[in-house]
Each structure stands twice: as C-alpha cells, then as structure tokens.
Design a protein around this ligand. Structure first.
Ligand code: G16
Length: 543
C-alpha cells in the first residue's frame, strides 16, 4: 500500500469550540482544510497504532467525501481497525457506546450537531477519546496548536471504500469494518429500559410521534420505536438522514420544531411527541398541549431514576450545566443525591461520570444522558420518558405539574442574539465584567441583586480550572440572569441570555413564560446595555 506524505500549509482558524471544529462547508472544502485538521488530531495522540478507530457522521452534506478522507488517513496513520457505520452513518451517542463496548482507541464524528446542513450550512469534526467522551480542552488545545504549524499529512492512494455493505475488508493489513449503525446501540437500550412495559403501553393504544428532523436518528427511531417497541408504522417522521436535512434546521426546540409543537397543540395531538437533532444527542419532549422544558425534564428524570433497575446500584449524583435551571436541585436535595454544577459543554460531565459521582446529567440546551455512555443521548432520553410514562400511567403534563406543585415552578427561557459582531459581543461582556462588583445590592424594578459574578469552575475530580464560563446575576428572590457567548456557532457571535424565576404559588403554575419573565428580561437589557452595544431591540430567537 502506497502511504504518501503530502505537503501542506497551516490554516490558522482551526480552534475547536464547545464541541469540535464547526465551520461552514465552504471553509471545510478549502484545499487540505479537513486533512490538516485530521492530521493535527492524529499528530497530537500517542499509541494508537494497531488500535481501533470508530468513524461515523450524521449524514450531512460533505459527510460522504469527508468520511473517505478520514478512513484513508486513519489507514495511512496506521490504525489497526476502522469501524465505520454503514453508509457513513453513526449517531454521536452510538459512537460513544461503540468506543466503550469495543474498547476502541477513540472515534471521529463528522457532525455540526444541530447546526444547519447543505452546501451553505455547517460541517464539523469531533474527536472522542477511549472513554467515549469528547476530547477535553487540553487535548483540543493540542489539536489547535498542531494545526498552526502542520506541514504534511499522511494519506493512502486507494479507491474509495465501499461503505454500503455490512462486512469486513482488509486494506493493506488494516481492517475496515462496516457495521450496522443501530444494532449494538438498540440492544443496549433494551438492557437499560423496560421494553416490555413500554411495548404493553403501545399495545394499549398509546400513540407517539418521533420527528428525526431528517437527521441521523431516523434509522435508530424506526428500529427501536416502530419495530422493537411496536409504536406503529408512521410513528417516526422525517426518518431518513438527508444531506440538507430536507431544509429543516435540525435543532429540536420551540422555534425549529415548531411544526411538531403546533401539531401537539392541535386536535391532531397524539399522547407523546419527541424530536432529536442532526447527530442524535439532543431531545425535545412534548405532551398534549404541553412543552416540557429540558430543565424540568432533568428534574423529573432525577425523581424516577431509582425506579429503573439498570440504575438502582448506581445512584451517585446529578449534574447540570450552570445555565440549566435549578429545578433538579430541589429533587436531588430531597433524594439525597449530590448535585454538581458544571460549565456548558457535555465534556465537563465526563470526569464526574468516570469517578462515579454523577449518574444522570442534563442541560437546558435539550441535552440529557447518564453514565451509560459519555455523550448526551436523544433516543435514550425519549426512552427514559416512555419508561416513566409506562411505569406511572400518567402523561407528561401531569407529571410536570406534580413537580411544580411540590417544589414550585422555575420559569425558564433562553434569549439568543445571533450573528453579532464578535468584537461587539466581547466588548459588551467585558464591560459587564468590569461593572459586576458595583452591581451588588443595586435595585432594578422589583429586583434586588444578591450577587453578580463570573462563573469559574474547578473540576471536583481533577482539580482542573476553567475560567470565564459565563456571568451569573442572582437576585434576592432567587431569580437569575445568566449570560455567555455560544461556543458552537460557525460565524460571528451569539450572545445567550438565560432567565430563571421561581414561583411557588400553586395558583400561578400555568402562566405565560415570557410574561412571567418580562421584567427580568428588561432588567437584563438595562444591565447589559444590549441596545447600546448591539443596536438590537429584540433577540433573534426565544426558546
Ligand atoms: C453542544 C454541547 C452542549 C452545549 C451546546 C450549546 O451541544 O455539547 O454541552 O450545551 O453545545 O453550547 P453553546 O451554548 O456553547 O452553543 P451540541 O448538541 O451542539 O453538540
């Protein structure tokens, strides 16, 4: 086999964000751009020769070309086995599971997650380590450093590998295994959840709709919900992974899954609806006329996790990202589970999961998962909910109202100011940081500031410190405003503003979220000087 050393020149912008290197497809299509980054990853790793690399993607535009490049470069760099999903398809959670199950050295996931796809959309590359979790900052920093000086990459000169047939091929002594993307993962889900009880619920006439949004979860959902659980053909919609997601923006939230939300608030509503994103790690849950906020979802999962046998001897604790509402904290306290608050980014949960400190983790950004893998997991979250529903015989709205009755409702919303000029967004935040000490005790409308601080994090397991992970402003009534810049966009800056307000009055649990938060939103605009800096009157999206 002819292994070639190809001369290249560095690109200076290959700095990974919250989750991998996400860029416009047009950026990735530049000469050697993808090759440089893949080689920078390999050059930063040690001891992979002869070992297994799992490779797959969410099927977005450029997946086909990119996966061939990754496989050929992995062969040239002397991995021993390359395990790849049929037709290049693997969900992010499935990659995490396969790495763990087959004790692989790591995995490369080709995805920009919930970012739009197609020729004008985004592409992304993510490396996961041998525990199945995304590479931590020290490693992604090493990738970036290497990318700045790279001068050559390794490549084999062979025809494209056929990924359409399941089976094993020998390419110059390297095994390329094309596997069913769903099989192992589906078996694992059956080990975790009570499929018998869920199947019975469907037999009793329970109806669900799962919208895969033309992302990677279609094949998983068809197999698990329709075939294994008997949800009925047609329960899964938009179930074929498409390069441009069929024009959908595969982000399961109130804005981009509006069609599903509208259906669930109409006379067509079924008992339960759910959706996932491009790479299958996010989830959205809806009941009849009811939207389940992801922060409340984490709280309810925390309530019921001890009822699921798989977890009964693993009840260690609960972790949530800082901007995720504190609804789960109340339940954790009641159940005597330690509660950890981490920065945004699923990778921060990894050390807690490894050290048996956390059993379940969740984020406001429609993510949840547990110690079963090291990524968030959309299908798992939907199955968790189906299991709770089968167990209790109640619906999503009733269970959530019971949570609110017990602890009060944390009204929660996220306002995003997208496509801001990066310098403007940074100046706004730097100015706010300077003013934080002076904000304490100040009054805005009916709100008095209790504390205003930058969130710095020290990992309780490794002691590693992560600075500047957002700004938290707490008010004396327990309300909270959080702001930070998104780390997943591919151009400009997105300023995120998260709002939480706890209302305990049992007669005020069904108010309009934006009305409840209106004053707090105005207070935030005033404190952050949003109009002054950005010229904007309103956020781009509200979820
Ligand atoms: C990624 C991370 C999540 C994070 C989300 C939003 O999710 O894995 O931990 O909450 O991005 O991050 P940001 O607010 O920085 O945009 P995904 O689904 O995009 O991989």
């Amino acid at each position: 086999m002819d292994i070639k050393s190809i001369t290249t020149k560095p690109y200076l912008d290959q700095k990974p964000g919250t989750s991998g290197l996400r860029k416009k497809v047009s950026v990735y299509k530049q000469d050697n751009y993808l090759e440089n980054y893949i080689q920078s990853i390999f050059d930063s790793l040690k001891g992979f020769e002869g070992k297994t690399l799992v490779v797959g993607g969410d099927g977005r535009y450029f997946n086909h070309e990119a996966i061939q490049v990754v496989i050929k470069m992995a062969i040239a760099n002397q991995f021993g086995t390359i395990m790849v999903g049929q037709n290049g398809i693997l969900s992010t959670p499935a990659v995490s599971y396969l790495i763990r199950k087959y004790e692989a050295f790591g995995g490369i996931i080709l995805t920009a997650s919930h970012n739009p796809g197609g020729p004008d959309g985004d592409f992304g590359v993510k490396f996961n380590t041998s525990n199945g979790g995304a590479a931590l900052e020290a490693l992604t920093d090493a990738f970036f450093k290497r990318s700045q000086v790279i001068e050559r990459y390794w490549m084999v000169d062979i025809p494209d590998i056929d990924l359409s047939q399941i089976g094993e091929q020998d390419i110059g002594g390297v095994k390329v295994q094309v596997i069913d993307p769903v099989c192992d993962y589906a078996d694992y889900m059956q080990e975790i959840f009570d499929f018998k009880a869920i199947r019975q619920m469907f037999q009793n006439g329970f109806k669900m709709r799962f919208d895969a949004m033309n992302g990677v979860t279609g094949p998983y959902a068809h197999r698990i919900f329709e075939e294994m659980l008997g949800a009925g053909l047609g329960s899964v919609v938009h179930g074929t992974p498409l390069p441009d997601f069929g024009g959908l923006h595969p982000e399961p939230n109130l804005v981009h899954a509006k069609h599903l939300v509208d259906m669930m608030y109409s006379s067509e509503a079924v008992d339960f609806a759910a959706a996932s994103d491009g790479d299958g790690d996010r989830y959205l849950i809806l009941g009849k006329n009811f939207f389940l906020n992801p922060s409340d979802s984490l709280a309810i999962m925390t309530q019921y996790i001890d009822k699921i046998p798989f977890y009964q001897d693993k009840l260690y604790g609960v972790a949530r990202s800082m901007p995720t509402s504190y609804a789960a904290d109340f339940v954790a306290k009641d159940k005597n589970y330690p509660l950890y608050q981490t920065p945004t980014g699923w990778k921060f949960f990894g050390t807690l999961l490894e050290a048996d400190k956390a059993t379940i983790c969740g984020e406001e950004s429609f993510g949840a998962s547990s110690l079963h893998i090291r990524e968030k997991d959309g299908i798992w979250a939907v199955l968790f909910w189906l299991n709770i529903l089968a167990l209790t015989g109640q619906d999503v709205s009733t269970l959530t109202h019971a949570l609110w009755q017990k602890y009060g409702r944390v009204y929660t919303s996220l306002h995003n100011y997208e496509e801001l000029d990066s310098d403007t967004a940074n100046t706004l935040l730097n100015d706010l940081k300077m003013r934080l000490p002076a904000l304490k005790d100040q009054r805005f409308k009916n709100y008095q500031i209790l504390s205003a601080e930058v969130f710095n994090y020290t990992d309780v397991v490794t002691g590693e410190e992560s600075f500047n992970q957002g700004i938290q402003i707490y008010f004396t009534d327990g309300s909270r405003i959080i702001t930070r810049l998104s780390g997943t966009g591919s151009s400009g800056a997105t300023l995120r503003l998260y709002f939480n307000r706890l209302i305990k009055d049992p007669t005020k649990l069904d108010l309009d979220v934006q009305l409840v938060l209106k004053d707090l939103v105005e207070v935030a605009s005033e404190i952050l000087k949003i109009k002054e800096y950005t010229g904007r009157d309103y956020p781009t999206t509200i979820t």
